[in-house]
Design a protein around this ligand. Structure first.
Ligand code: GLN
Length: 528
C-alpha cells in the first residue's frame, strides 16, 4: 500500500483491509479529507457526512474483527465492498438523510426509509460518505441544472463533468471514493463516466430495484455503478442487483457470480479472441469531435489486434432515438413529478389565503427549475387528450422499432456493440445551457440503450484535447457479466498505455480557498 489510500482500487483496499494493513476508518478518513478539501472547487457533493461515514467505518472494522475471530471462512464471506466508501447520488433514499434529487423543491425533505440499493449496500458493509450533486430530477447532461450549483470536471474546472450523475462521476474521478452510485435514464451514468474518465454501467432495465429512488421516467430509469476500473464497477453492481418484491419491474434474473471474478490481465486479453463485435455506423454522428472518433477507431483497432472480429453494422432507427426519448421521458416525468405539490414533500409555499391551488402554483413555480418545467410542459402536452395517440403512443411504437434494430443484431450472434459514449469530450460550463437541443444531443449515443432496455458500459479509452474519451460497449439484456469481461479485456490491453498514467488536475494545488465556488460562479454569470 502506498501511503495515499485514495489512489488504490477498491479491490486493492479490500485485500489490504483483510490483511490488516489498514482499517475502514483510515480509508474513510483519507477519502473524506479529499472530498472536504476539493468540494469548494468541484461542488461534487451536496452533503459530506463525516460523522455518519466514520460510524459506518467503525462498524465495518468491528465486523471484520468479529469475522476474524470466527475464522477464515467468515472473513472470506464478507462482500468485496465491505468497509469501503461509496458516493451516493442525491436521489437515493437513506433513512433520515436528505434526498433532494438536485431540486429546491425537496430542500429539507428527509427520506423516511432506505432505498433497496441502500439496504443492499449496508448489508455489504459499505460506508456512505455522503450524497452527490446531480441535474434536477436527473434531467440534464452536465449537472448544470442542479438547484444547488453546477459540479466542475476534475480534469478541467471550467468544464462540465457530464450529467445527470455528474457529482458521483466527479467524486470517483477525483479520488473521493472508489465507488459511486448513479442513475441512467438516457445516459446519465455512461456520459458522465466518459467525460470524467471512469467506468460506468447502465444495467439492463429490471436488473436493479428502483425502490426508494426518486423517479424521473419509470420505464427508462436504471441504477448503476461508477468506479475507476471494471472489477470495482462489477463488484458494486453485484452488491445492488437482483429481484426485490417492492419494485415489480425488478427481474428474478440471477445475479452472476462472474461479476466478482473478472479474469486477470492475461486471461482477459486472450478471451477477446474470436469475440464478435458490431460497430454501428449511425453512432458516428454528425458533429462528432475528430479527436473522439480517432480514439474510438484506435480502440477498435486494438480490439481487432487482440483477435476480436469487428463488423460494421447498421441500426437504422437510431435517428429517431432522440425524438422518441424526448416524448417518453418527459411524459413519464410529468406524471412522476405531479406528487411535488407542497403538501406531501419538502417546503410548502403558501400564498396568503389563496387556497390549495395557489399553494400548488407557488410551490411548483418556485421549487422547480427551468429545465424541469420545460419537461413537465412537454410531457403534459404529449399526454393530453387528443395528443396521446399522436405523441406518446407513436413514440412507444417507434421504441419497438428501435429495440427491433438491436434484437436483429444480437440474433446474428454478436457478443456486443462497440461505439462512442459521447460525441464530444467535456464541454465548457455554460456552453450548452442556452440551447436545450445541443444539450439533448449529448446523449445521442446513449439513450437508444435505455429506450430498448439494454445494458451499456462506458470506460476510458484515451484523451482528446487532454480530456477523457469514453468507449461504449452495448449488450443484450442480462449481458452485464459478458460486457464486463469484454471491458476487462480492453482494460488489460491498454494497461500500459501512456494515457493511463494521466490523472485529473491535482486539486490540492488547484483549490484556492478564496476562489468562488461553482455555485458562486454560476450566480455571477447569471447576474452578468
Ligand atoms: N440527458 C438526458 C436527459 O436529460 C438523460 C438524463 C438521464 O439519463 N437521467 O433526460
Amino acid at each position: 500500500m502506498t501511503t495515499d489510500l485514495t489512489r488504490h482500487a477498491g479491490h486493492d483496499l479490500a485485500r489490504a483491509l483483510r490483511a490488516g494493513e489498514t482499517t475502514s476508518r483510515e480509508i474513510a478518513e483519507a477519502h473524506l479529507a479529499n472530498a472536504e478539501r476539493d468540494n469548494r472547487a468541484l461542488n461534487a457533493w451536496l452533503v459530506i457526512d463525516r460523522d455518519g461515514a466514520l460510524a459506518m467505518a467503525d462498524a465495518a472494522d468491528a465486523r471484520l474483527a468479529e469475522a476474524r475471530r470466527e475464522g477464515a471462512a467468515a472473513v472470506a464471506a464478507l462482500h468485496p465492498l465491505h468497509g469501503l466508501p461509496v458516493a451516493l447520488k442525491d436521489l437515493v433514499s437513506v433513512a433520515g438523510g436528505q434526498c433532494t434529487a438536485g431540486s429546491r423543491i425537496l430542500e429539507g425533505y428527509r427520506a423516511p426509509y432506505d432505498a433497496h440499493v441502500t439496504e443492499r449496500l449496508r448489508e455489504a458493509g459499505a460506508v456512505f460518505l455522503g450524497k452527490t450533486n446531480m441535474d434536477e430530477f436527473a434531467m440534464g447532461s452536465s449537472t448544470e441544472h442542479s438547484g444547488y450549483g453546477p459540479t466542475s470536471n476534475p480534469w478541467a474546472l471550467d468544464r462540465v463533468p457530464g450529467g445527470s450523475s455528474g457529482g458521483s462521476a466527479a467524486a470517483v474521478a477525483a479520488f473521493h471514493a472508489p465507488f459511486g452510485i448513479g442513475t441512467d435514464t438516457g445516459g446519465s451514468i455512461r456520459q458522465p463516466a466518459a467525460l470524467c474518465g471512469v467506468v460506468g454501467l447502465k444495467p439492463t432495465y429490471g436488473r436493479v430495484s428502483r425502490y426508494g429512488i426518486v423517479a424521473f421516467a419509470s420505464s427508462l430509469d436504471q441504477i448503476g455503478p461508477f468506479a475507476r476500473d471494471t472489477r470495482d464497477a462489477a463488484a458494486l453492481l453485484h452488491a445492488v442487483a437482483g429481484r426485490d418484491e417492492r419494485d415489480s419491474t425488478s427481474a428474478p434474473e440471477p445475479v452472476p457470480d462472474a461479476l466478482l471474478h473478472l479474469p486477470d490481465d492475461d486471461e482477459a486479453a486472450t478471451a477477446l479472441r474470436g469475440t464478435r463485435l458490431g460497430l454501428p455506423r449511425e453512432y458516428f454522428v454528425a458533429g462528432m469531435e475528430p479527436g473522439v472518433e480517432a480514439r474510438i477507431r484506435e480502440a477498435v483497432a486494438a480490439l481487432e489486434a487482440a483477435g476480436a472480429i469487428v463488423e460494421d453494422v447498421s441500426l437504422p432507427h437510431t435517428d429517431y432515438g432522440l425524438a422518441t426519448y424526448y416524448i417518453v421521458a418527459p411524459a413519464e416525468a410529468s406524471a412522476n413529478l405531479a406528487r411535488y405539490d407542497g403538501i406531501r414533500y419538502g417546503p410548502r409555499l403558501a400564498d396568503g389565503d389563496g387556497g390549495v391551488l395557489a399553494t400548488y402554483l407557488r410551490t411548483r413555480g418556485e421549487g422547480f427549475g427551468a429545465e424541469v418545467k420545460r419537461r413537465v410542459m412537454l410531457g403534459t402536452y404529449a399526454l393530453s387528450a387528443g395528443y396521446y395517440d399522436a405523441y406518446y403512443l407513436k413514440a412507444q411504437k417507434v421504441r419497438t422499432l428501435i429495440k427491433g434494430d438491436f434484437d436483429a443484431i444480437f440474433a446474428q450472434g454478436f457478443d456486443a456493440l462497440v461505439a462512442p459514449t459521447s460525441p464530444s469530450v467535456a464541454f465548457p460550463l455554460g456552453a450548452r445551457l442556452e440551447d436545450p437541443v445541443a444539450m439533448y444531443l449529448s446523449d445521442a449515443c446513449t439513450l437508444p440503450v435505455n429506450v430498448a432496455g439494454l445494458a451499456g458500459l462506458s470506460m476510458p479509452c484515451g484523451l482528446s484535447e487532454g480530456l477523457p474519451v469514453g468507449l461504449q460497449f452495448i449488450g443484450a439484456p442480462w449481458s452485464e457479466a459478458r460486457l464486463f469481461e469484454l471491458a476487462r479485456g480492453y482494460e488489460a490491453l491498454t494497461a500500459d498505455a501512456d494515457w493511463r498514467t494521466l490523472e485529473p488536475t491535482d486539486l490540492s494545488a488547484a483549490v484556492d480557498p478564496a476562489a468562488p465556488t461553482p455555485a458562486e460562479r454560476l450566480a455571477g454569470a447569471t447576474a452578468a
